[in-house]
Write a protein that binds this ligand. Structure first.
Ligand code: 6PG
Length: 244
């Protein structure tokens, strides 16, 4: 497993992540006129999204040319408190001048998670540029890490882990008794860059497992994230509690 960069506090981690987003966005817009960014869900990214929308950072990003996508989504309405779209809208998208047509949520107002996944695959292939190998590629994908080693909604022991053709799929998560939609390994690993964020004591056990007990395995879904491009793993000291 990739060696993480450790930050003294969550705040330091958020600033480092925001600085990386600003840097990559500027570079992408300078070279291709657009920045294609996939957001992670859950709670970890909320502070980063609020920071990106703050006076300190908002002006540093040319939001007009930023395309925003979602690495995964819960199969709930967009106004539901569990919606990753709602979280991103509340913390970031309502507070920066992204063009509405450049915000690409996973449409959950359909009959099934499978339909939502099929539609999103079409959204991705419609809007994402292709690289020289003809693969649709993101400039940057933000990912989180669950205590069970999942990332996006690639949960252990699910068929989503085996999906090597579709770039987006539906997955039923037993422990949450709910459906999700997730990008799959093929498109995630085709990205130019991935930034994996993990913070807090709640992630100390999985961080320990990934770096010590299972460091040379692919037991956890996150261990199969190996992008063609760059990958960074930012953690705070609280998440290293079990290591020290
Ligand atoms: C989601 C996320 C998921 C998340 C991890 C960590 O939809 O929940 O995409 O992969 O990143 O579950 O979640 P926390 O940041 O809430 O710990």
């Amino acid at each position: 497993m990739l060696k993480p960069e450790i930050f003294a506090t969550a705040e330091h981690l958020h600033h480092a992540a925001a600085d990386l987003c600003v840097n990559r966005c500027s570079a992408a817009i300078a070279t291709q006129g657009a920045f294609h960014l996939a957001l992670s869900g859950g709670t970890t990214p909320k502070a980063l999204f609020r920071l990106l929308a703050s006076m300190e950072y908002r002006q540093q990003i040319n939001w007009e040319n930023v395309h925003v996508y979602f690495g995964d989504e819960r199969f709930v309405p967009h106004n539901h408190n569990d919606s990753n779209y709602k979280m991103a809208k509340d913390t970031l998208l309502d507070n920066v001048p992204c063009r509405p047509e450049n915000i690409h949520p996973i449409d959950t107002a359909v009959d099934s998670a499978q339909t939502a996944a099929a539609f999103y695959s079409k959204t991705l292939t419609t809007h994402l540029p292709k690289n020289s190998q003809g693969r649709h590629e993101f400039d940057l994908i933000l990912l989180g890490l669950g205590p069970d080693g999942h990332t996006a909604s690639l949960f252990p022991d699910t068929l989503a882990l085996k999906e090597m053709d579709k770039i987006c799929t539906a997955v039923f998560v037993e422990k949450f008794n709910s459906w999700r939609i997730t990008m799959t390994y093929p498109i995630i690993n085709a990205a130019k860059e991935i930034l994996l964020l993990s913070e807090g004591e709640g992630k100390a056990n999985i961080v320990y497992d990934l770096l010590i007990t299972e460091k040379d395995t692919t037991r956890y879904p996150v261990q199969r994230i190996k992008p063609a491009g760059r990958m960074s793993w930012f953690i705070d000291e609280a998440a290293t509690k079990k290591l020290t």
